[in-house]
Design a protein around this ligand. Structure first.
Ligand SMILES: [Zn+2]
Length: 231
């Protein structure tokens, strides 16, 4: 007999399955990322089906199975982040957050921190916080929390704060004396990223981020993510 479990989770992804079923990826509080088969979720009379829409916070009761998909028994909506869909930039940030969580958070890992981090950032996005800033802060913090914290307050090898380049393989900023090669990262950019990683959530809303720095930060983030995860 499979174990019956109650948990809270954010819906990261949904996929239609068979005639009326849906496969739901949830970032849960107590079991990391889980995949659950919701039988009949797309039938109209199943009122709980909508509780499992993308980016919702739901309470689920499900049968845990040793292999294959878990099986949903019940779902109820705890929170719909309804302001996200009112604004394209906000919605895009929410969807990117869900995609990063889905790609990075390990399955079945009993660590509540990724869930709590993601939830706090969704609340901040939904409350009208600055979407571009919140998303990059989330991405940096998720990496840090999963063991990939980039060195952002000086050279990863000697701590120097001048002539720094980005070295995803070495774990962050690297100075020229320590072997850093390529284009220098402007101090404004890496200091901003350091603030994105460290500042309390409430203080992030007061951070200024020049729009022209966004592509630079995104390129650094994605190179870092790729290099660290390939190790
Ligand atoms: Zn150095």
């Amino acid at each position: 007999m499979a174990e019956l479990v109650r948990d809270r989770g954010l819906v990261l992804h949904t996929q239609d399955h068979a005639e009326t079923d849906r496969i739901v990826s949830l970032l849960t509080e107590n079991h990391g990322q889980v995949e659950i088969l919701a039988k009949g979720a797309r039938r109209l009379e199943k009122t709980w089906g909508a509780a499992l829409d993308l980016l919702n916070l739901a309470e689920v009761i499900y049968y845990r199975r040793r292999s294959g998909l878990h099986l949903l028994r019940e779902a109820s909506l705890l929170r719909r982040f309804s302001q996200l869909s009112q604004d394209l930039v906000r919605l895009e940030a929410g969807l990117t957050l869900a995609r990063w969580a889905r790609e990075l958070v390990p399955k079945e890992a009993p660590d509540p921190r990724p869930f709590r981090l993601s939830l706090s950032f969704l609340f901040a996005l939904d409350a009208g916080g600055p979407a571009e800033i919140l998303l990059r802060a989330y991405q940096l913090r998720l990496l840090a929390l999963l063991g990939y914290r980039p060195a952002l307050n000086g050279c990863v090898a000697c701590g120097k704060t001048e002539e720094l380049v980005w070295s995803p393989d070495r774990g962050g900023l690297l100075c020229r004396s320590c072997g850093g090669e390529g284009e220098e990262v402007p101090a404004r950019v890496w200091r901003t990223m350091d603030a994105l990683l460290r500042l309390p959530l409430a203080a992030l809303t007061r951070l200024r981020l020049p729009p022209e720095d966004l592509p630079h930060i995104d390129a650094m983030l994605s190179a870092f993510r790729a290099a660290q995860l390939a190790r």
